[in-house]
Design a protein around this ligand. Structure first.
Ligand code: SAM
Length: 279
């Protein structure tokens, strides 16, 4: 244990992170604030204080220097303005996935008693946010990974929506028996041979790869949407999958509609089923 001035710890740490992130100073502050269990604002107003720094801080910095995502080191990530527990068992929530929740909000009336099913819930962010936003809906959140379901159950308990969401271990809709009104999914959609960005190699491969081309899971979800006669499907997809999805949906008799992310890239689609007109 060593006693050091806060501003010199921050300077030394941000120097180490300079080649790792675009925001080295902010990340240095987040790592130190997390170790000291203080707010960022406290660090700023106490930069001349001496603090005891233990080994866990240096270990955390080394993990970041090795490109491990900050969210795994801190054990949390922000989604839709709320803090969710995350660790290596789940994909880190991405800001673009907030647009999927926005799209459901835009399309789906609030007063309906819908049964909404998520395929591949991971940390649970989508189902949990929708459960908070649609108090009269009921939910199933499916994942093939038991480990991911443990994390999503923890998050659902934290936000008080555990009784609204039935967490199901299984592949696709294999173990879902209820009638389904809405299907939502941010499935794995990266092609098998696509090289991964450095940080991505820390995330579960089950959450990343969607098959040889990448859009296989998305196609299977469109098949299931059709089979289950659900009224609405909203999915995230890869920026280069619009054409393939539009074509596949049209083979199934649907006109998929698409939304873009904040970078202007194609990022998701929705399909209205035959039952939609009756909503
Ligand atoms: C891209 S992650 C999305 C996680 C979370 N919904 C989010 O948006 O951050 C995809 C999730 O699908 C799960 N998954 C992969 N194959 C699956 C399958 N056949 N059935 C159900 N879930 C599956 C993975 O375990 C992973 O948690």
């Amino acid at each position: 244990m060593s006693s050091l001035e806060i501003k010199s710890v921050l300077k030394e740490t941000s120097d180490k992170l300079r080649n790792i992130t675009d925001i080295p100073q902010k990340e240095a502050m987040l790592l130190l604030a997390n170790t000291l269990k203080k707010e960022l604002s406290w660090l700023v107003s106490h930069e001349n204080d001496l603090v005891e720094i233990d080994e866990s801080f240096y270990k955390a910095v080394e993990r970041r220097v090795a490109h491990e995502p900050l969210e795994y080191i801190l054990g949390k990530a922000t989604f839709y303005g709320k803090e969710f527990k995350v660790d290596k068992r789940v994909l880190i929530p991405r800001p673009e996935t907030e647009l999927l929740v926005d799209k459901v909000l835009e399309l789906l009336p609030h007063e309906e008693h819908m049964h909404i099913v998520e395929i591949g819930c991971g940390s649970g962010i989508i189902s949990i946010m929708l459960a908070l936003l649609y108090p009269s809906a009921s939910f199933c959140a499916v994942d093939i990974s038991k480990d991911a379901l443990d994390v999503s159950r923890h998050n659902a308990n934290h936000f008080g929506v555990e009784s609204k969401i039935d967490f199901i271990h299984g592949s696709y809709l294999d173990n879902v028996t209820q009638k389904i009104d809405v299907i939502v999914s941010n499935p794995p959609y990266i092609a098998e041979n696509e090289p991964l960005a450095v940080g991505l190699s820390y995330e579960p491969s089950l959450a990343l790869y969607g098959g040889k081309r990448g859009d296989e899971m998305l196609q299977k979800i469109i098949d299931l949407f059709s089979e289950k006669d659900a009224m609405l499907l909203v999915c995230e997809m890869g920026y280069d999958q619009k054409e393939a999805i539009a074509h596949y949906a049209s083979l199934k008799g649907y006109a998929a509609e698409f939304y873009k992310d904040l970078a202007g890239l194609d990022r998701g689609f929705w399909i209205k089923g035959k039952r939609w007109e009756k909503v």
